[in-house]
Design a protein around this ligand. Structure first.
Ligand code: NAG
Ligand code: NAG
Ligand code: NAG
Ligand code: NAG
Ligand code: NAG
Length: 385
C-alpha cells in the first residue's frame, strides 16, 4: 500500500497556499487565513499546513485547517509564514513558504508607556476588579493623554477611572468591576494602552497577562488567636474567593518568636511559653493544587495574645512601680548608712525590666519565600483596590 502512494508523491509538485492574509480581529488578536493552491494535486495524499509565527513570539505548528487565531502583543508588528504539506504515512513533502507581515502600530519612538503592571482582586461581591499602573514614555510630550483598554475573551472595555501624575498625564487606571471570571484558569487579560498628543503620534503598547499570575489574593478572614496555658491556637477562614479551602496556603507569623511558617490548613497550633506575650498575623496565597500562584495577600492586622496584653498592663505598671519604689528606699537606707565617700553620687535608680509589650522588634525579619519577583513588584500604587 505504501508503494501506491510513494510513486505518485515523488512525481507531483507541492505548491504553496494562496491568498494568505493576516487580519487583526480584536485587541492583540490576529486571524491567519489562507486557501489551498487550486493547482495542487492531491493524489490520495493528505494535505496539511505548516504555520510558523516569526514574531513577536516564535511558534510553530501544523494544522489541517486553513485558518488559525493567535493572541499576541502587536505593537511591534506580527509576522508569520505558511506552507503546504503533503503527507502519506511517514513520508512528507513541503512547498515553499509564503510570508505576510503586519507592520508595527504607528507612533513616534519612545512615546509608548513603559513599566506596565496590573493586579486583579476578587471583590466582596464575587466580581473581579483590575488596577494597572504605568510610566509615560520618555519621549512623550507633556500634553500626552493615555487610554487603557482591557480585553478578556470577547469583551473589550475602556478604563472608566484614570489616576494622574503631577503633570496631569494619566499613569494609572482602575476598573471596579470587570468581565474577568473569578474562577478562570490561565486565561489571558490583554492590556492595550494608546494615547494622543497635539505634538506627536503616540505609539500604542500591548501586554498579555495570565489572570492567575496577577491576582492579588484577599486577606484571610475571621482570624482568632488564643493562648491557654502553654497552647497557642490560631484559626482563620479562607480569603474571599471562588476557590475552595484546599486551594490556599498561608504564612503564619508569630512575632515574638520571630518565626515564619507555611501552613496549608486553616489553623496553627504551637506550644509556647504561656507567660510571654505574642503578636501574630497571617497572609494567604494560592497553592499549586487548583491553579498557579498569585500575588501574596497583604498581611492581616496584627493580633496580640498573652500575659502582657493591654488589660494586664496596668497591673504590670503598678507592680513595677512598687518594686522600684521599695528598691529605691532600701538603697537609700543602705547608702545613707554606709556612705560618706559617695556623698556626691546620685543613688542609682534600678532600670525597670523591659518586659513591656513590644509589638514589632526592630530586628524582626520576614523569611524569604520563592515568589517570582516580577509578580511581587506588580501593582505598585494599586493598593487602593
Ligand atoms: C486513489 O486510491 C484509489 C484506491 O484507494 C485508487 O483507485 C486511485 O487510483 C488512487 N488515485 C490516485 C490518483 O492515485
Ligand atoms: C521600569 O522598568 C525598568 C526595567 O524594567 C527598571 O529598570 C526601572 O527601575 C523601572 N522604573 C520604575 C520607576 O519602576
Ligand atoms: C458582578 O458581575 C456580574 C456578572 O458580570 C454582574 O451581573 C453584576 O452586576 C456584578 N456586580 C456588581 C456589583 O457590579
Ligand atoms: C485607542 O485604541 C482604541 C481601541 O483600539 C481605539 O478605539 C481608539 O480610537 C484608540 N485611540 C487613539 C487615540 O488612538
Ligand atoms: C466571621 O464571623 C462572623 C461572626 O463572628 C460571621 O458572621 C461571619 O460569617 C464569619 N465570616 C466568615 C467568612 O465565615
Amino acid at each position: 500500500f505504501l508503494h501506491l502512494c510513494l510513486i505518485p508523491l515523488l512525481i507531483i509538485l507541492v505548491l504553496p497556499p494562496v491568498n494568505f492574509t493576516l487580519t487583526v480581529s480584536a485587541l492583540a488578536q490576529v486571524l491567519l487565513h489562507w486557501e489551498p493552491n487550486p493547482a495542487q494535486e492531491q493524489n490520495n495524499c493528505t494535505i496539511r499546513y505548516d504555520v510558523e509565527i516569526l514574531s513577536p513570539v516564535p511558534e510553530e505548528y501544523d494544522t489541517g485547517r486553513t485558518r488559525s487565531v493567535r493572541t499576541a502583543a502587536l505593537h511591534d508588528g506580527f509576522s508569520a509564514r505558511v506552507r503546504t504539506l503533503l503527507l502519506q504515512g511517514n513520508l512528507q513533502m513541503s512547498s515553499d513558504w509564503v510570508q505576510v507581515n503586519l507592520p508595527p502600530l504607528p507612533g513616534a519612538a519612545d512615546t509608548s508607556v513603559t513599566n506596565v503592571s496590573c493586579v486583579t482582586r476578587v471583590t466582596t461581591l464575587g466580581n473581579v476588579s483590575l488596577c494597572c499602573t504605568w510610566l509615560p514614555g520618555p519621549g512623550a510630550p507633556g500634553d500626552t493623554k493615555y487610554f487603557l483598554f482591557y480585553r478578556y475573551e470577547a469583551h473589550t472595555e475602556e478604563c472608566p477611572t484614570y489616576s494622574k501624575d503631577r503633570r496631569s498625564r494619566s499613569t494609572g487606571c482602575r476598573f471596579a468591576n470587570t468581565q474577568i471570571e473569578p474562577a478562570g484558569i490561565d486565561k489571558l487579560i490583554v492590556i492595550h494602552i494608546n494615547g494622543s498628543s497635539q505634538r506627536a503620534a503616540i505609539k500604542p503598547f500591548q501586554h498579555l497577562f495570565n489572570q492567575n499570575a496577577i491576582e492579588k489574593v484577599n486577606i484571610p478572614r475571621n482570624i482568632s488567636i488564643s493562648l491557654e496555658q502553654n497552647d497557642l491556637l490560631a484559626t482563620w477562614e479562607k480569603p474571599i474567593s471562588p476557590f475552595h479551602e484546599e486551594c490556599f496556603e498561608y504564612e503564619f507569623y508569630l512575632i515574638n518568636l520571630k518565626s515564619g511558617n507555611k501552613i496549608s490548613s486553616n489553623s496553627f497550633q504551637l506550644r509556647v511559653d504561656g507567660s510571654s506575650s505574642y503578636a501574630s498575623r497571617v497572609r494567604a496565597n494560592h497553592n499549586h493544587i487548583c491553579r498557579a500562584r498569585g500575588v501574596w495577600s497583604d498581611w492581616s492586622e496584627t493580633i496580640a495574645v498573652g500575659q502582657n496584653k493591654l488589660e494586664n498592663s496596668i497591673t504590670w505598671v503598678l507592680t513595677l512601680l512598687c518594686v522600684s519604689l521599695s528598691c529605691t528606699l532600701l538603697l537609700v537606707a543602705v547608702i545613707c548608712k554606709l556612705n560618706h565617700i559617695w556623698r556626691k553620687l546620685f543613688p542609682p535608680i534600678p532600670t525597670p525590666s523591659n518586659k513591656f509589650w513590644d509589638p514589632f522588634p526592630i530586628d524582626y525579619e520576614v523569611k524569604s519565600y520563592k515568589i517570582n519577583p516580577s509578580f511581587s513588584a506588580q501593582g505598585k500604587g494599586c493598593s487602593a483596590i
